[in-house]
Design a protein around this ligand. Structure first.
Ligand SMILES: [Cu+2]
Length: 180
């Protein structure tokens, strides 16, 4: 690439900022002209005043445009793929869709109720038909009510290990969370 194409790479925001500065200095110039022409006819003063107002309008228009450009480029930078997402465990009508999920230490976990069925999720597990309410050492406390079609986040899981949560409503509905 030669120097010419590098110059063309100036962002739109830069361009508008320079243009806005230029317009502002022009409007200041007009103001000076205005005070000098006060001894002249009212007609000229009015004409100068309206030019000054017009310049100010252009200036504000350009400032708004610059702001929009900056905001739009900011939006482009923060694109959906770059936002860190929590891993998710999905729930059906009476079970977790997958019985186990692996996550990284320090991560949170989204629990997603995909159906119109309520679930109450707590620390513990099902040993056949008997609930075991043990909360492992280092496990974040979990006590959540889902009404159906909703989601919630648990954690962060700050210790490596195996942690279990279960649904108190549905026998056998449990999830093992392996934190690595
Ligand atoms: Cu349930």
């Amino acid at each position: 690439m030669h120097a010419g194409s590098k110059k063309l790479n100036k962002t739109a925001a830069d361009f508008f900022a320079i243009f806005a500065t230029f317009c502002y200095s022009r409007s200041v110039q007009k103001k000076t002209t205005l005070s000098l022409s006060q001894s002249q006819s009212n007609h000229i003063i009015l004409k100068e005043a309206s030019t000054s107002i017009m310049n100010r309008k252009i200036l504000f228009g350009l400032l708004a445009l610059t702001l929009m450009t900056i905001l739009l480029s900011a939006c482009r930078v923060i694109d959906a793929d770059t936002i860190p997402k929590n891993p998710a465990a999905h729930m059906g009508s009476a079970q977790f869709l997958l019985p186990e999920i692996d996550i990284q230490k320090g991560q949170k976990l989204d629990l997603v109720d995909d159906v119109a069925v309520p679930h109450t999720i707590k620390n513990g597990t099902w040993n056949s038909s008997t609930p075991d309410t043990t909360q492992e050492a280092g496990a974040p406390s979990v006590n959540l009510n889902f009404t159906g079609g909703d989601r919630s986040t648990i954690g962060p899981f700050n210790q490596a290990g195996t942690f279990k949560i279960y649904c108190t409503i549905h026998g056998g509905m449990k999830l093992t969370i392996v934190v690595k």
